[in-house]
Ligand binder design. Structure first.
Ligand code: SF4
Length: 469
């Protein structure tokens, strides 16, 4: 069967989204066209395994993709008719890597690609095989294990990322830090960094096709250029690979308006890195600093590489070095053994840092991790959910007071795609929050200056005072 069209369903984090874009580049290079799942000859599900819910959803969406008929397919080969559907389904990503047997047993799945596979190479091989040999029957699932360089051979992006004014570039993969709640080091154990020249080439292409903002992403971003994410094992020399990367991007790419870093931890934000970032106006004053928890006792139990005071010192340094920086974070509530006092300590760090947004989630036991075995210490669901609600209220109120200081001030927005039909009516500013304006004759991706007029708990509104380009 000639596979002409494909679809990709992506679950999980930005790294997964980026890798799905890379897979799309591979398939487009073979002349295939991306369409909705219902119309695709080849359906790919890029799965996530970070929480129990994400794993369940990955399984569910894979099943759904397997049950869809292919509309408009002209293929009527006996095998396909017998199987009751046409087209092919590949399941890849973190859940496929953590549960390859379960994924391969999904009825009718054609191939499983894990993080240990040469994903680009295997895609080409499968497509050649399926195109050359109509007689390969469905249900003959191929699983490839431990033979390739993971996703690192997937191509650089060369096209506008869909529906995004910001472009993510994965510059680093892998983690060996082994936080006790996290399955990632088992799924992506090998550390890899994209060479500076490749990042510059990729960012240049993305800027040339309309992106003005690049977000540097990785599983453990600050391990960029390092063999390990464990700070105690990193060389104590003066090299600063992430700083070199930022300098290269900011000096070599015309038209790049913003560089944003996806995540930094205490120990990453050295004076040297701060000084590099301050040199370049393209580096936005927004920092995502994943706290996870404000209790030293639990941070040790999580095997994080910092304590509460280290975290507070980092926040203070960022506040001193940058003009009203916006800080965001990740927090896990209900980690095994979390007491009211532990949680109150998290709230106290929140009050100190005044995070404007918190990506908070309830602890989810991932089989195979140390924390999943601490069942005696599991926090009851209602308590964890109540803590989650308290955290969210606290972040909302900090976000509100942060945004209030900009009333009457002018900020720069990159205009975003409108969510409904009609002209654009919002954009995101350097400090990450969204600002709404009256629908205007501007293009998504355009940079505009907006004077902030009103701030409420849920919304910031302003008036366009200048269209930049
Ligand atoms: S640093 Fe910790 S939480 Fe982050 S990917 Fe590595 S093990 Fe997981």
């Amino acid at each position: 069967m000639l596979l002409r069209t494909f679809s990709i369903q992506t679950l999980g984090c930005k790294v997964n989204q980026y890798e799905s874009e890379q897979v799309a580049v591979v398939l487009r290079s073979r002349g295939m066209v991306q369409v909705r799942a219902a119309e695709a000859d080849l359906r790919i599900v890029n799965t996530c395994s970070v929480t129990t819910e994400a794993a369940a959803k990955s399984r569910q969406i894979s099943r759904r993709m397997l049950s869809l008929p292919v509309l408009g397919s002209n293929d009527h080969s006996p095998d396909l008719l017998k199987s009751g559907r046409s087209g092919r389904v590949i399941v890849m990503g973190c859940w496929a890597t953590s549960n390859p047997t379960e994924a391969a047993e999904l009825p009718g799945v054609d191939a499983i690609l894990t993080h240990h596979d040469d994903v680009a190479g295997q895609l080409h091989r499968l497509l050649n095989e399926w195109t050359d040999n109509d007689n390969i029957s469905h249900g003959n699932t191929c699983t490839y294990g431990g033979i390739g360089p993971g996703t690192s051979r997937l191509p650089l992006l060369d096209q506008h990322q869909q529906a995004q004014q910001r472009a993510f570039i994965k510059v680093q993969d892998g983690c060996d830090a082994h936080c006790t709640y996290c399955i990632i080091p088992q799924l992506r154990p090998n550390l890899w960094s994209k060479p500076v020249e490749d990042v510059v080439k990729e960012a240049g292409r993305l800027v040339a096709c309309g992106h003005k903002e690049i977000i540097l992403s990785g599983i453990f971003l600050s391990a960029y250029g390092r063999d390990t994410a464990l700070r105690r094992r990193q060389p104590k020399d003066s090299s600063l690979p992430l700083g070199d990367l930022i300098s290269a991007l900011c000096t070599q790419i015309d038209g790049l308006r913003r560089v944003r870093l996806s995540s930094l931890e205490p120990g990453d934000l050295t004076d040297e890195l701060i000084s590099v970032m301050r040199q370049y106006p393209q580096v936005v004053p927004h920092f995502h600093l994943p706290l996870q928890c404000g209790s030293d006792r639990l941070l040790r139990r999580m095997n994080r590489q910092y304590g509460r005071d280290d975290f507070i010192r980092m926040v203070d340094r960022v506040n001193q070095a940058f003009d009203r920086p916006a800080l965001t974070t990740d927090i896990i509530v209900g980690f095994p053994g979390e007491t009211d006092e532990d949680f109150n300590q998290t709230l106290r760090v929140m009050d100190h840092a005044r995070f404007i947004h918190v990506h908070a989630f309830v602890f989810s036991a991932r089989p195979g991790t140390a924390a999943a075995r601490w069942t005696d210490d599991f926090v009851p669901g209602p308590i964890a959910r109540q803590r989650l609600a308290t955290l969210t209220r606290s972040a909302d109120s900090h976000g509100f007071s942060f945004r209030q200081q900009f009333v009457g001030k002018t900020v720069e927005l990159l205009v975003e795609q409108p969510r409904f039909d009609g002209p654009p009516n919002h954009g995101r500013c350097e400090r990450y929050f969204e600002v709404h304006f009256d629908p205007a004759n501007v293009r998504p991706g355009q940079a505009v200056k907006v004077q902030i007029e009103n701030v409420t708990m849920n919304r910031t509104t302003g008036r366009i005072v200048h269209v930049l380009d």
